[in-house]
Ligand binder design. Sequence first.
Ligand code: SF4
Length: 613
Amino acid sequence: MRSYTGKLIRINLSNRQSQIEDIPEPLMKNYLGGRGLGVRYLYDELKPGVEPLGADNKLILMMGPLGATTAMSVSRIALVTRSPLTGTIAKSVMGGNFGAYLKFAGFDGIIVEGEADKPTYIHIDKDGIHLLDADELWGLDTQETHAKLRESHGKSTQVACIGPAGEKLVRYAVVISDRRCGGRTGVGTVMGAKKLKAIAVNSSGPLKVYDPEQFKKIAQGLIAELRTSPRRIKMSDFGTSYLTLGFEKMGIFPVKNFQEGQLEGVENIGDAELAKIKTKNDGCYGCMTKCGQVREVTEGTYAGAVSEGPDYETIWSLGGNLANTDRGSLIAADSLCDKLGLDTVSAGNSIGFAYELFQRGIITKKDTDGLELNWGNHANMMKLLAKIASREGFGELLGEGTRRAAEQIGKGAEDYAMQVKGLELPAYEPRAVKGYGLILATSNIGANHMYGRPREDLAGTTDRFADEGKGKAISRAQIGQAVEDSVIQCSFGPVTGLNPESRSQLLVAATGFNEFGDPAYLTQIGERVLCLERSFNVREGFNRKDDTLPKRMLTEPLQNAGPATGQVFRKLDTLLDEYYDALGYTREGIPSTEKLNQLGLEGVAKDIKKLGK
Ligand code: SF4
């Protein structure tokens, strides 16, 4: 008995048919699971040029081989599709309990195809897979949707759903399970285009593994070590909010749409202030850390607002990026985004873009439905979030994302759109951490912070301002992230207790596949996944020209950013060459035939050759 169920559900919403398929063993061995398997299926099944919001796009949800086991922090689920925001391949990893219960129901994944002719939801239970009418759910927010589905199917029902933003096709809509989010890249928008409101699962464990004794020994050993780990306990106490003040001091925390790097009053939205209104922890299946910080505003304009968060990214996007240091508004805005099903990073970045255009007079109150978009104005931030989700007035434009909005506005607005390949930048100033800049520029899904982490730059063991010599380390970081997303393990380093060796041992005990016992074998899987994602994009016309950063990063010295003041991203071309060389890509950013063959991607090599690349 392996920890894979070996089965996936394929659902066609157009003809309302579903079937159960076996997952071929070589696919598990070559792609592990999660992101890796999802990317392989998408590459094979999507014809080039498919419209992301059309019936021919597919949404793939995929678990990993350790998911639903008793190991710590390994039960997240990957969502893979073609992004309506970027046109590239998209991946997002969602926490919560949904994925574990999907495996308990007997499935490693779901492939959703076609497009329903009316609002629909999928219910999976011991009696089968049911496509049901979602008229009563359409228009509800994500919390109301969870409540309604639990009323219909029982309190233990696990749900992945979209909110009004997904229904209205805001290009950065998310999928939500309880308060956990498959954010970024518009995976919720694809669900909305398919008129799929939710997937609900009723099932119960446990899941069997290949070698239960050995698995228990390794998993429990890791848990025993983790119990007293100070770094893990810090995550439990503060979540990622503990990063804010340290990064702000380093000039990494972007302010006013990346115009500056430090913020007066930032301590009001730092970890200590947020901890004062924490009520409890929440988090994912099989995780003792439960990094989610449930916080409640007790006084002022936003009294009564409750959110599981905000995390560091959202403290930045709806806080620092807008020069907003009002703690209550941050909780209220985070909660509103979760209910509406909006990606907080792209939403906050898009609002920051609008605030800067207003500052510069490129747009005025005539364009913003009469709203004054002055830095720090959180009341109008709240109004804009609601407008974006309902695509009303000025919100219609911002719901398109910064790249498309800038194209429509003209007047030089594109210079202030902080995006890469159409995905809005996250909470890391590229000029202050050049390794991060290179990750964001080369990421195959656009500017996403979950596409590798420049750990050495952040830890100070390498010079974070250096303009050269980062290509190899960044390629390794991206490969490492691809492995983590395919296992799938939580990417918050200290919470799983796994290192390459223990991870390999655990995978062998879970799956019985001895190949996984060699950490180098897993690294090669990561490289294969990264290369396949890039090949997907090459097929869609992407190349070196798309591996870039906003003009501001390349030309404007960073202002008011402590030790990072004056930094510019001077040598992007040099760094790109280093990165491509490290991965065996041509100087055009295209995987070479030799590299593709070496990774066992001979069919992909033929596809690329046919394109004349
Ligand atoms: S640390 Fe947080 S994100 Fe990671 S598995 Fe635990 S609850 Fe989920």
